[in-house]
Design a protein around this ligand. Structure first.
Ligand SMILES: [Zn+2]
Ligand SMILES: [Zn+2]
Length: 88
């Protein structure tokens, strides 16, 4: 029997320390909320799924890291990668 009280669409919920099972089901529910039917990638927010469908799905990742094999759809992601992986 699955209880629904943790079925929540809010971002902050993932950071609340619930017990593992509840947390796992919670995130599972959230992950499955908006899924791309073409490739199966899922998002928590409708806007992210829309962006994925319009700009990412089936397209090439055009932002390439010069220092490793990382590739990204968005410049902001590549910049975040550079910052995290190669600046420290
Ligand atoms: Zn897709
Ligand atoms: Zn890199």
């Amino acid at each position: 029997m699955v209880h629904k009280y943790f079925y929540c669409i809010h971002d902050f919920c993932v950071s609340i320390g619930q017990d593992y099972t509840t947390y796992g089901q919670h995130t599972l529910v959230m992950q499955k909320k908006y899924a791309c039917l073409r490739c199966g990638k899922s998002y928590r927010h409708q806007s992210n799924l829309s962006r994925h469908k319009n700009k990412e799905c089936g397209k090439e990742k055009k932002f390439v890291c010069q220092l490793c094999s990382y590739r990204s759809f968005q410049k902001i992601h590549l910049m975040g990668h550079m910052y995290r992986k190669h600046l420290f």
